[in-house]
Design a protein around this ligand. Structure first.
Ligand code: ZN
Length: 143
């Protein structure tokens, strides 16, 4: 088990900065799932490892397999719940050095199709609209 690091936006239980960017959807055994507030890609979320790993290479083979299973559960939930044309995955952590994967549904008629997803021109929703999306995730993930 990888320890948490105080002052890290994904490790701290409470973090205003994190809350400004994302909304918690649910916990998995080895990770936490957050809905990205910018929803121009409907269903965009972040899966953050539960422990202060900085890169996939920090994980043991078992930890990597466990994390990957949870990532695939999220991807399958997105396919069922949102029916995108493709899902893109991004792992950057250049400055926020905590292992997290951006899971970004892409739609043929939507933003950045056939290119990298982007943070430009964010689309923010009303609270009840975020809740609707979170409910879809919870239903599909049986959470
Ligand atoms: Zn951390």
């Amino acid at each position: 088990m990888i320890e948490k690091k105080q002052g890290c936006m994904y490790c701290d239980e409470v973090c205003e900065h994190r809350d400004s960017l994302m909304i918690k959807i649910c916990d998995f055994e080895h990770s936490k799932l957050y809905l990205f507030r910018d929803q121009k890609n409907r269903g965009r979320c972040i899966l953050a490892y539960d422990g202060h790993a900085t890169d996939l290479t920090d994980l043991s083979e078992k930890e990597l397999n466990d994390f990957n299973k949870e990532l695939m559960a999220v991807a399958n939930a997105i396919h069922r719940g949102f029916n995108p044309d493709k899902i893109n995955y991004g792992s950057y952590a250049d400055t926020v050095k905590h292992l997290h994967i951006h899971v970004v549904p892409k739609y043929i008629d939507g933003p950045n199709w056939n290119g990298p997803f982007s943070d430009a021109n964010p689309k923010y929703l009303k609270d009840n609209e975020y809740q609707e999306i979170i409910e879809i995730f919870k239903k599909e993930l049986k959470k």
